[in-house]
Write a protein that binds this ligand. Sequence first.
Ligand SMILES: Cc1cc2nc3c(=O)[nH]c(=O)nc-3n(C[C@H](O)[C@H](O)[C@H](O)COP(=O)(O)O)c2cc1C
Ligand code: SF4
Ligand code: SF4
Length: 266
Amino acid sequence: MVLYFSGTGNSRFIASILAEETKQELLSMNDLLRKKEQLSLKNENFIIVVTPIYAGRIPRVVEKCIRKSSVSKGTRVYFVATCSDSMENASDYAEKLCVSKELDFYGMAEIRMPVGYILMFNAFDEKTSERLIKSGKQKAVKLAQSIIKEERFLNASHKWSVMSHVINPVFNGVLMHSKGFRTTSGCTGCGICAESCPLNNIRLKNKKIEWGKDCTHCMACISKCPNEAIEFGKKTVGKKRYYCTIPQNNNNKISALVSKNQGEPL
Ligand SMILES: Cc1cc2nc3c(=O)[nH]c(=O)nc-3n(C[C@H](O)[C@H](O)[C@H](O)COP(=O)(O)O)c2cc1C
Ligand code: SF4
Ligand code: SF4
């Protein structure tokens, strides 16, 4: 089973490649969270969790979903982290999570993908993003080969990380809120942002959009709005949006494109 959480489409794309290469089913954590369903996986040979890195660790929502899950003890679990720079020391936390669930941690690998976190950074130009998507696919194919051979991922160093250990709790406690989100006059009330939110944090009332308090900064709403009609304070004004979409009709060969359209549901 390949399980993924994704906001700007990177992890979903990598998960699709891994599922194809290892001939496993794909399961969207976004969907589970939206439906408030618990993760239950029994008698799987192995599980691959594909997840973004948020401030040097796996997102809290992903951690919580796995913590509350019911998965057969001893299941082999691989983590594949998509990130724009480095997964830092996220693997230590993933390992501890597996130990607490009596799962067999088989390591965490990182795949560098394009930036979509436009609240803090600028998205890369299209050429750079396309190049990273291509190299990300190649790395995913290699990782799939290791998984098929039942090899453990060679873990990155366990050296101390300011981002994972110090910044992460501050980031989650102070910066991760939805207070800055607003719509502009370009909003047509189509509802795509509300449908895209994995935490059901967006309400559409009389064609007006409202954000609740439960936000994980996944960027699905802002990057999937077809009219670029969502801003976060002034931080995102004039910035290019990034979203990794998987086009249909590609003769079963999965590829991805940088897109600002809505793509498929994550
Ligand atoms: C809230 C947030 C925090 C992030 N923190 C980091 C980070 O600490 N290090 C890093 O390399 N990338 C970081 N990123 C970038 C994402 O990990 C990266 O873009 C990932 O591929 C996004 O996956 P997705 O498209 O499946 O959502 C962050 C992105 C977000 C939205
Ligand atoms: S996706 Fe964009 S246009 Fe559609 S309702 Fe949301 S903000 Fe408005
Ligand atoms: S409100 Fe937007 S950024 Fe926050 S969790 Fe929902 S889709 Fe993601």
